[in-house]
Design a protein around this ligand. Structure first.
Ligand code: AMP
Length: 448
């Protein structure tokens, strides 16, 4: 099946092509046709399944004709991260439609949101609290809403947003299409669905648990050993296509360069690349010319994930949502995948957060035959030499590790010489010293 079979407007199809989707995911196959037929839909799908495009594409199709600059679609999301992600998806998929979406959420100054609303929006992606504030002030007019999406409804319940959602629902036109997406369908979500959906078509993909086909593991490592560890893992693991995430554009470029010198079939993708280079990287990754793609979060959006066997968080993501978003790129549908995360000491607390959210402890791995005791370079510029030269088949170059060179964020130039020379601690306990928080909940989060 391909996207053409949905008969979307050519401008929307162009957006789909530009973002790089080649075939619809199962939730898209199931949900898009009934939504296009103006039916209410109750969809059970977790993050990583492509659920956002499953409702965004039909919304674009509906709005592409008709009046502009009046709010005709409202998407309610529990968190601002999700709201931003959805807004971005609309921006990418709808780039040729000229439809405009605006995000509304609390925790930030409302003036910019108000200005954007006043300059005219077709779609609003909102968290409930701020939306109600702006409705109360008469700034948001939802009288012309044709489609309402309740995204991650179960999480909305968990976060206590039900009264707010009901408050908003009361102020919307009764004649509208309503779509409810939720990773799980507990009774309270079903009850809500029954009260707001009319003869809904029910669709479901995947489990209601964290993506079961993905196995997560963390690799404790000192910052200066990340690059050699990564290459050693790739050397000793059966990998097909590997997506590596770095925190910055610069790190993506330099890591890819270094890996290339070591003989890996690797390319990088980051926001500063011109479009033709990005496309070349994506196409090459998709068709197997490159086995490894090193990318930043933003640049990696929209990658066709169907063949990715491993996602490696070379740098820890900033939020749990970002973590689940990244690892949602592997293990899709029936495929299995591995998600490895490099964890340095400052990342420890965040690992606990992820574990709490996932409701499971992540396996810690120490790579056998890897020398974790190599000291950090001692020069102020961090001329990180990687003492063990290595070659890969087809490579004639002796490799030196320079990936962290000049990277003060990951390899502190101020690391004291004595510390660098000090014997390494036992990494098997790191990053989970005694007394680390216990798992509290089985609830999963963006990962569902
Ligand atoms: P979501 O479940 O909506 O958060 O989507 C997870 C990721 O899958 C996002 O990065 C989407 O850009 C990506 N995605 C959605 N649909 C497709 C598709 N048909 N092909 C490839 N990637 C997709």
């Amino acid at each position: 099946m391909n996207f053409e079979s949905f008969n979307l407007h050519p401008h929307i199809e162009s957006g789909v092509r530009a973002i790089g989707y080649t075939e619809p995911t199962p939730i898209q196959i199931q949900a898009i046709p009934p939504i296009l037929q103006n039916k209410d839909v109750m969809a059970q799908a977790q993050t990583g399944t492509g659920k956002t495009a499953a409702f965004v594409l039909p919304i674009l199709q509906r709005l592409i004709d008709g009046p502009r600059k009046r709010i005709r679609a409202l998407i309610i999301a529990p968190t601002r991260e999700l709201a931003e992600q959805t807004h971005e998806a609309i921006g990418h998929l709808g780039r040729y439609t000229k439809l405009k979406s605006v995000t509304i959420y609390g925790g930030v100054n409302q003036n910019l949101q108000i200005r954007k609303l006043q300059s005219g929006a077709d779609i609003v992606v909102a968290c409930p609290g701020r939306l109600i504030d702006l409705m109360d002030k008469g700034i948001v007019d939802l009288k012309r809403i044709e489609v309402l999406v309740l995204d991650e409804a179960d999480r909305m319940f968990d976060m206590g947003f039900l009264p707010d959602v009901q408050n908003i629902l009361k102020r919307l036109p009764v004649e509208r299409q309503t779509l409810l997406f939720s990773a799980t369908m507990p009774d309270d979500v079903r009850n809500l669905a029954e009260s707001v959906l009319r003869n809904p078509v029910a669709v479901q993909v995947g489990d209601a648990a964290p993506i079961s086909t993905v196995s997560h593991a963390i690799y404790p490592v000192d910052p200066h050993l990340k690059a050699p560890l990564l290459m050693k893992i790739l050397d000793s693991t059966d990998t097909a296509s590997v997506l590596v995430f770095t925190r910055t554009k610069d790190r993506a470029t330099r890591l890819a360069r270094q890996m290339k010198r070591s003989g890996f079939l690797v390319t990088s993708l980051q926001g500063d690349l011109p479009q033709n280079k990005r496309q070349e990287a994506l196409d090459g990754f998709r068709n197997g010319k490159y086995q490894v793609l090193v990318a930043t979060d933003i640049a990696a959006r929209g990658i066709d994930v169907s063949k990715i066997s491993h996602v490696i968080n070379y740098d820890m993501p900033d939020t749990v949502d970002a973590y689940t978003h990244r690892i949602g790129r592997t293990g899709r549908a029936t495929r299995t995948g591995d998600a490895f995360t490099f964890v340095t000491r400052p990342d420890r607390a965040f690992v606990w957060t992820i574990e709490n959210v996932l409701g499971e402890k992540l396996e810690r791995r120490i790579l056998p035959n890897f020398d974790y005791t190599i000291p950090a370079p001692v020069t102020s510029k961090g001329s990180g030499h990687f003492p063990t030269s290595r070659k890969r088949p087809g490579s004639t170059r002796v490799v030196r590790d320079t990936s962290e060179r000049n990277d003060r964020s990951s390899m502190p130039a101020s690391r004291p010489t004595s510390g660098a020379r000090r014997g390494r601690k036992d990494l098997s306990q790191f990053p989970f010293p005694a007394g680390s928080p216990q798992m509290k909940s089985r609830r999963s989060h963006g990962m569902r």
